[in-house]
Ligand binder design. Sequence first.
Ligand code: COA
Length: 229
Amino acid sequence: MIDVVVWWSAPLAVEERFLGLLDETEQGRYDAYRQELDKRRFLTGRVLAKSLAAERLGTTAAEIKFDSACDDCGKPHGRPRVPGADLMLSISHSGELIGVAATDGTPVGLDVETVKRRADASLIEYALSPAERDALKGLTDDERATAFFTYWTRKEAVMKATGKGLKIPLQSITFSPYNELAVLVESGDPVLDPASTRLTDLKAADGYRAAVAVLSTDTLSAIELPWSP
Ligand SMILES: CC(C)(COP(=O)(O)OP(=O)(O)OC[C@H]1O[C@@H](n2cnc3c(N)ncnc32)[C@H](O)[C@@H]1OP(=O)(O)O)[C@@H](O)C(=O)NCCC(=O)NCCS
């Protein structure tokens, strides 16, 4: 059994006790965001991830230093890792919700999306496989948005677990129907094998869809907890 812990938070206020947890590189990324809410979402993701890492490793958030080198280009915008620790983390932010998932070293991917965005035809065409598109037929606008973002977050979650992000064509993978237990049914990319990919939809919060995935043949058990400093 793979245990996954997910912590959720609203965007934190910009306070010195949080900013002080950012290292120089993270401070640079924080400064580069123009919008206030983008800054706060980034800050919250880092504070949440450091707090969760600290709890699991028996230390304080201030002691946690991340290596966030991107697997592709080396720039510090990749998923955070604690060098040498049996710990994998995944951060996701959307709207007013920020989440972090952690495992004891099994590759993990978390994704959350607000369902306030419309799921228009071009987005559906871009992201869903033919079987998934069929499942959306006959739904109202609201139902379609919820169903679409259920598929979307499942897709991002499994892709983030591989570390490849959205480089795998979204249409090349098919999930079980949006209103059934989340299973990766088919994958056209060798990096994602249905036999060793486990995922589950999450509750997250009203107005959001979210999913978490691990690359493992074991079953997955996920616990979601609200976090506040
Ligand atoms: C990873 C990716 C799916 C994020 O999607 P998103 O919905 O915009 O954003 P989310 O809020 O869900 O996730 C962002 C978090 O994913 C993590 N992340 C970044 N790259 C990642 C990757 N390749 N795999 C897994 N997680 C990644 C980071 O922790 C990031 O948060 P942070 O920058 O605040 O630490 C998207 O950025 C992507 O596809 N990246 C592919 C790699 C890429 O294009 N790199 C840029 C050029 S080298």
